[in-house]
Design a protein around this ligand. Sequence first.
Ligand code: BYC
Length: 330
Amino acid sequence: MYAQEVKSTGSKPKSLNSMSAKEKAFQEKIDRGQRIEPKDWMPEGYRRTLLRQMGQHAHSEIVGQLPEGNWISRAPTLERKTILLAKVQDEAGHGLYLYSAAETLGKSRDEMTKELLSGRAKYSSIFNYPTLNWSDMGAVGWLVDGAAIMNQVPLQRTSYGPYARAMVRICKEESFHQRQGFDIMMKMSFGSKKQKAMAQDSLNRFWYPSLMMFGPSDSESVHSAQSMAWKIKINFNDELRQKFVDQTAPQAEYLGLTIPDEKLKWNEKTEQYDYSEPNWEEFFEVISGNGPCNTERLAARNKAWDDGEWFRDGLLANSTKNQNSQIAAE
Ligand code: BYC
């Protein structure tokens, strides 16, 4: 019950020579850096890939509210509580922009929601890990939002207009989220011994799951080649993961915390950090529905959907009534 059940399949991009005239013109438009808009012709595969990625992205924002929502009522001060509340509200907004942008491709938000609730759609692996203490709010903001920004800033240049435009505001808000997380980490790391130990424990638990957010290693990524040819995706998974490690390692050092990786070391030759890969077996288990919190997360979303039925019905009845009285007045 409530497991994610989607099997990944991807196909290699066609060469220009083997494309139909329409496909070729479409690819050349993308290669020139022009945007694709909802009413433009597009290959069915392009539409499906976008719907898959944007749908997963929207679901991640919505499910991503759960691990943090868990701490709103237990935030240590009123100020921290209002900040966290604002952040969680932002995530809801991101989900809504993304569903709206995806709807321009001809699939309704209700359909996408049903795919999430039934376990037919994926959402980010990271949200299947529990948030056990307040310091996890710091680690989530610092690492999870940090990884999200690394992946999402390039998506502002993605080829599909509505997606690229939605990403602009999302990225601005995500960067506030990342800073609030780092601020919590500073308070904890420079606080009492006990607080510092909590911060270290959060880093230990969230480090590898954050690295997994960038997706499997390039050799295992089934969609990268075609998605990059269509500029739905701008960077390879490993490229962004490396950038994230390079950005985060000095921040951990500043905090006086230790990244749980004995191999992590600055490499003078490559001018980047060497680091250990996450446990990919664990990643594939989590995205197949067998992570620590998959069942709990989908059960919570299903409950929210069921509990909100009376409200959706009320809105619909009110809108039908308004429409009918408008028609009667005309
Ligand atoms: N979790 O061929 P690949 C956020 C799936 S943060 C779950 O490399 P692709 C937030 C992948 O979908 C996160 N599944 O795929 C932050 C595919 O399965 P399907 C949301 C994953 O699409 C803080 C299969 O593995 N961000 O929003 O080229 C608070 C093979 O992978 C994951 C986005 O969604 C994963 N980590 O690349 C609140 C950004 N990684 O579809 C919210 C947009 C891979 O064949 N998305 N898979 O069944 C992307 O940039 C890309 O979709 C990915 C994956 C880099 C994630």
